[in-house]
Ligand binder design. Structure first.
Ligand code: NAD
Length: 295
């Protein structure tokens, strides 16, 4: 299992793939964007011309793609994984997608005698670079055990959450909490600014208390500097919250907080900010208040 396929070399996938090469794995890679493919070639990876070719050449394939339709296209589409996958091969889909889509893909692969884990991640680009992602996994324990060492090259933890789909359900829970946290942080900093207390002072004063969080540590400095370079794009968080809302409606779990933050993100999208980092939720509050926290 020293040869691994890797499809989807974006903000997250590229550093994850580079870490696997650094750890001694040989990679066969594919992406529709030629730029990161060339970067991986220079780092020593073999380049494939299709997802099918990746599947033909490897018995463990990792995908890191935007959303459910992209993963389904790469697996079931023309020259897709399904055309080349070997019996007993393992697809580790590390994209954040709908749990129902993970189950559908696993079922399709099982007809070819192949296995699947859904293994979305939390931690963003910095932790993808450091190899310290938190990985939430769904699938069979014996398959998880087979690829645990590979996962631990990319992450500092890999937790089996249940059968296929459970990884993405856990990721949706993560995305609710992150979105609501960023909204609360924005609301708090704008209040502070309007009431005459420097947002940087507020951050320094409260970061060590109960309100402190990983979200605050990562996002408050970006907000204070007005630096909304992604990171994690609003467009991707909207995608995740859509999956949250659909899943919640399917299972009868009302999601009032998520739906409010979703509408804030829709305002950002309507104003062409959806290419920015999700810390740009601050812009929504600054617009309501008629002032920025840097004025
Ligand atoms: P990205 O858009 O930067 O990368 C996606 C890559 O997939 C691109 O290189 C794109 O060219 C490639 N791609 C798309 N369709 C393809 C196809 N049909 N065949 C081959 N390649 C294709 O996205 P990202 O930020 O790397 O995120 C990837 C996944 O990880 C998403 O599901 C996202 O929600 C999740 N995620 C992202 C972050 C983050 O901070 N960026 C954090 C945690 C989880």
């Amino acid at each position: 299992m020293k040869r691994i396929g890797f499809i989807g070399l974006g903000i997250m996938g590229k550093p994850m793939a580079l870490n696997l090469i650094d750890a001694g794995y040989s990679l066969v890679v594919y992406d529709i964007n030629p730029k990161p493919v060339e970067d991986l070639r220079e780092a020593g990876a073999e380049v494939a011309s299709s997802a099918k070719e990746v599947a033909e050449k490897t018995s463990v394939i990792i995908t890191m793609l935007p959303n459910s339709p992209h993963v389904k296209e790469v697996v079931f589409g023309e020259k897709g994984i399904i055309e080349g996958i070997q019996k007993d091969a393992i697809l580790i889909d590390m994209s954040s997608i709908a749990p129902a889509a993970s189950k559908e893909i696993a079922e399709g692969l099982s007809k070819k005698g192949a296995h699947m884990l859904d293994a979305p991640v939390s931690g963003g680009e910095p932790k993808a670079i450091d190899g310290t992602l938190s990985i939430m996994v769904g699938g069979k324990k014996e398959i998880f055990d087979k690829v645990y060492d590979i996962l631990m090259v990319m992450g500092s933890s890999a937790v089996l959450c249940g059968d296929v789909g459970a990884g993405n359900t856990t990721k949706l829970a993560n995305q609710i909490i992150v979105a609501a946290n960023i909204a609360a942080l924005s609301e708090a900093l704008v209040l502070g600014k309007k009431a005459g207390v420097d947002p940087e002072v507020i951050f320094k004063a409260i970061r060590g208390g109960l309100a402190g969080s990983t979200v605050m540590e990562a996002k408050a400095p970006m907000m204070i500097q007005g630096n909304f370079k992604p990171g994690f794009r609003i467009a991707l968080h909207i995608k995740d919250l859509n999956n949250v809302l659909e899943t919640g409606h399917e299972y009868g779990a009302p999601l009032p907080l998520t739906s409010v933050v979703m509408e804030m993100m829709q305002w950002l999208k309507a104003n062409n900010y959806d290419i920015e980092d999700h810390s740009a939720l601050l812009r929504y509050y600054e617009n309501l208040a008629g002032a920025t926290i840097r004025d």
